[in-house]
Design a protein around this ligand. Structure first.
Ligand code: GUN
Ligand code: FE
Length: 427
C-alpha cells in the first residue's frame, strides 16, 4: 500500500476504550493521524491538534470507533461456516474439518475460498486477525498475499500437523520446517502488516518432534505462537495420555517452548484453572475467547470474569467454523450473553459489561498486534466509520447508538474502514 505521507484530521463522534470499565466518548470531536498512520491525539478542539494547515475530513453525525480484531479464526474452514454443528470437538474435526482442510492442496480452490474470506473480514470491519490456514505452504502464501494486497493486518499460520489426522493432512517435520523457512524469508519483515505465526494445531495433532520443531522456529525467528487449549474434556484427557509427564495441558506446550516464550495466544481455555491459569499468567499467554464456537461445539463456558480478576489478557475470536459468525460485533454480544448464563448459575461473578466486551475486541485483542485498538497517542489508526442513521431515529445517546449498532447493526452501516492510517477499499 502506498502512503501519501500527509497528516490528517477526522471529525466525528469518537468512542473507544482506554480501560475495560468505561468508554471514552467525545461528541463532535477530532482525531489527528500522523503521516506514519499513528494517532497524534484526540480532542474536542482541532486547534489543539494542529497549526490550522491540515484539512479536516468531516464524517458528520457518524460514530468513529476502533476497528475489530479477531484473535482466532480458521480461514481454511470458511466453506463450513454455518454447517456441521451436530458433533462434539474430536469427531467434528475428523468428520467435517479435516476433510475440508485437505482441499487446500488445490490452489484454485484455496485462492477462491481465501479471496472470499479476506473480502468478508473486510466487510465485517475486522482489520487485524490471527489466522489458521492449513499445512499447505503454497496456499498459505496465497492467503498472505491476499491480506497484503488488501492492506489488512494478519498473523497467518501454516498449520503444523503430523499425528491423529488423515494422511492427506499430515506433513513431515522436515517439510513443515522448509515451508516455514520459505514463508519467513518472504514475509517476516519488521513492521510488516502480514507476518507468519507458528501454529501447531494442538497437542493431539503433533508428535513431540513436531512440537519441538515449532518451539525452535518460534525461538529462532522470535515469532509469535497460536494454538488451542483446554477446549473440551475428551481433548484434555487425550492430551494427558499423550503427554503423561505434563502437569496440565498448558504445561505440555510450555515444555516445548510454545507457551509465552514468544508472544502466545491460546484459543478457548474453557477448562483452564489452577496450575494452568497460573502458568498462563506467569508467562503472559493471551486467551482468545470464542463464545460462538464454545456454544456450537458444546464445549462449555470459559470463566472470563475470573481471567480478568487474575489479570490474564483476553481478546475475542470468531473461530470460524466452530463459530458461525465472522462479525466480532456479534461475537461481543455472544460473549456478554454467555457470561449471563454463567452468572445465573453462580452469582459470585458479575456478567460482562458492554465496555468490557468492546475492550476485549479492540484494545485488548489489539495488543497482540502492537499498539492497536485504541485512539490514544501512538496507537496505529485502525478505525471504522459507522453511519447508523437507519438505526438512530429516536434521540439515542452516543453510547446507546453504539450499543444498538453492536446488537443490531451489520456491514451496511460501516461507511469506511482504516488500517494503520490507510483507508481500506473493498478487496
Ligand atoms: N482444536 C484443534 N483444531 C481445532 C479446530 O479447527 N477448531 C476448534 N474449535 N478446535 C480445534
Ligand atoms: Fe480454532
Amino acid at each position: 500500500m502506498d502512503r501519501d505521507s500527509k497528516k490528517r484530521i477526522y471529525k466525528a463522534h469518537i468512542i473507544y476504550t482506554k480501560e475495560k470499565n468505561r468508554f471514552e466518548v467525545l461528541e463532535n470531536a477530532y482525531v489527528a493521524v500522523d503521516a506514519d498512520g499513528r494517532v497524534a491525539g484526540v480532542s474536542s478542539e482541532p486547534a489543539l491538534l494542529d497549526d490550522g494547515n491540515t484539512e479536516v475530513v468531516d464524517f458528520g453525525d457518524c460514530l468513529l470507533i476502533p476497528a475489530m480484531n479477531d484473535l482466532h479464526v480458521h480461514a481454511s474452514q470458511y466453506r463450513n461456516q454455518g454447517v456441521a454443528m451436530d458433533l462434539e470437538l474430536l469427531p467434528w474435526l475428523q468428520n467435517y474439518t479435516f476433510p475440508e482442510e485437505m482441499k487446500y492442496a488445490d490452489m484454485d480452490y484455496a485462492e477462491r475460498m481465501y479471496r472470499r474470506f479476506v473480502h468478508d473480514l473486510w466487510r465485517v470491519g475486522t482489520m487485524r486477525s490471527c489466522v489458521f490456514a492449513t499445512i499447505h505452504t503454497e496456499s498459505t502464501r496465497v492467503l498472505m498475499h491476499l491480506f497484503r494486497e488488501a492492506g489488512m493486518g494478519a498473523l497467518v499460520g501454516k498449520v503444523g500437523m503430523n499425528s491423529n489426522c488423515p494422511e492427506g493432512l499430515s506433513e513431515s517435520v522436515e517439510k513443515m520446517m522448509q515451508g516455514y523457512e520459505a514463508l519467513i524469508e518472504e514475509f517476516n519483515k519488521p513492521d510488516a502488516l502480514v507476518r507468519p505465526i507458528v501454529t501447531p494445531r494442538f497437542i493431539p495433532s503433533c508428535t513431540p518432534e513436531m512440537l519441538r520443531a515449532c518451539g525452535e522456529l518460534a525461538a529462532k525467528y522470535q515469532l509469535p505462537v497460536q494454538s488451542h487449549l483446554s477446549e473440551n474434556k475428551d481433548e484434555i484427557a487425550l492430551v494427558q495420555s499423550l503427554e503423561p509427564g505434563s502437569s496440565c495441558y498448558g504445561d505440555a506446550y510450555n515444555h516445548y517452548g510454545l507457551f509465552g516464550q514468544t508472544p502466545t495466544v491460546m484459543a478457548h481455555c474453557v477448562f483452564t484453572e489452577g496450575e494452568e491459569l497460573a502458568l498462563m499468567k506467569r508467562n503472559g499467554v493471551m486467551v482468545a475467547h470464542c463464545p460462538t464456537s464454545n456454544l456450537n461445539v458444546t464445549t462449555g463456558i470459559a470463566p472470563i470474569r475470573q481471567f480478568f480478576e487474575e489479570g490474564l489478557r483476553v481478546g475475542l475470536g470468531s473461530d470460524i467454523s466452530g463459530g458461525h459468525d465472522l462479525s466480532i460485533f456479534r461475537v461481543m454480544v455472544y460473549a456478554i450473553q454467555m457470561s449471563k448464563l454463567h452468572y445465573q448459575r453462580n452469582r459470585e461473578r458479575r456478567f460482562l459489561a458492554l465496555s468490557e466486551a468492546f475492550w476485549m475486541a479492540t484494545k485488548s485483542a489489539g495488543s497482540f498486534f502492537g499498539r492497536v485498538g485504541s485512539f490514544e497517542p501512538g496507537y496505529e489508526f485502525d478505525a471504522l466509520v459507522i453511519n447508523d442513521s437507519d438505526l438512530n431515529h429516536d434521540n439515542y445517546s452516543l453510547l446507546e447508538r453504539l450499543e444498538r449498532y453492536i446488537y443490531l447493526g451489520d456491514d451496511r452501516q460501516i461507511e469506511k474502514r482504516f488500517c494503520r492510517g490507510m483507508e481500506i477499499s473493498e478487496p
